[in-house]
Design a protein around this ligand. Structure first.
Ligand code: SF4
Length: 255
């Protein structure tokens, strides 16, 4: 029997009361979040996180401390990550089309990378350029990021070390622990997600940055083993990096 009367309580629970776009996106995001929940937690210090200026934040990440409420990856963030992989695949295709022999996985399908400290510090690289135009150097570490226009413009203007110190530390650590890839500069490629412009920078091995990043990793492991929480990087929670930290409540209010 048809019922044209609105029941606000029933409508609030009925997904059909929501706009069609929201209903579909809710389903997509729920599937992405459920898929992520099946993936095992990373139980090592990854090279991609060690450039973070706050060791306490890295320590939270390493021990698997729950992020603050509503600060865990949501569906949109997971879609951004997934899109990043697609952008990377495009850059790989374009570089190969340009004549570079870019290897992104071993013969057995595994990732290239390093593992030290009994597997407690690891890194997985995006690829290695092993051959190509004669004016380039081989082998060369290849690292890729897909960036929003504003971030990409800043990188293109100021260079990796100044604009993206987190990525610079990641590259230095890879080269430090993979000495074959430290002989030649790494190639850092950034794809502008808004305009599809490509930026390439040669990154010579920065031994001092690799050493300080490695020392930071060892300090985090030793402090964690000793049950010590690392100091905050800021004197108050209004510091700009704390405002966007997913552990801010835990860090400042012991939540
Ligand atoms: S809130 Fe600030 S000091 Fe605390 S972990 Fe995050 S970045 Fe570090």
């Amino acid at each position: 029997m048809l019922d044209f009367n609105h029941d606000s309580e029933r409508d609030a629970q009925d997904p059909r009361a929501l706009p069609i776009g929201q209903r579909i996106n809710d389903l997509i995001d729920a599937a992405l979040i459920a898929e992520r929940a099946t993936q095992p937690r990373r139980e090592y210090l990854g090279a991609s996180m060690l450039g973070d200026p706050c060791s306490r934040r890295i320590q939270y990440e390493y021990v698997g401390a729950p992020k603050d409420p509503d600060k865990d990856f949501n569906g949109q963030t997971l879609r951004i990550f997934a899109a990043g992989h697609q952008f990377e695949a495009l850059s790989i295709k374009w570089l190969r089309g340009a004549g570079f022999n870019l290897r992104t996985e071993k013969a057995d399908g595994g990732q290239f990378g390093f593992s030290v400290a009994k597997g407690r510090i690891k890194g997985h690289i995006d690829g290695v350029l092993v051959d190509g135009p004669s004016w380039f150097f081989y082998p060369a570490l290849w690292e890729h990021k897909a960036l929003k226009d504003k971030s990409w413009q800043d990188l293109a203007k100021r260079g990796l070390a100044i604009s993206k110190p987190l990525y610079a530390a990641q590259v230095a650590l890879y080269q430090g622990y993979m000495p074959d890839l430290a002989q030649n500069p790494a190639l850092f490629t950034a794809l502008n997600k808004d305009t599809q412009e490509l930026y390439h920078e040669l990154v010579p091995f920065d031994a001092s940055l690799a050493q300080s990043t490695s020392d930071k990793a060892v300090n985090i492991l030793q402090s964690t083993d000793a049950g010590q929480q690392l100091p905050r990087m800021a004197a108050n929670p209004d510091f700009y990096l704390c405002l966007c930290c997913p552990y801010a409540k835990r860090c400042w209010h012991g939540a």
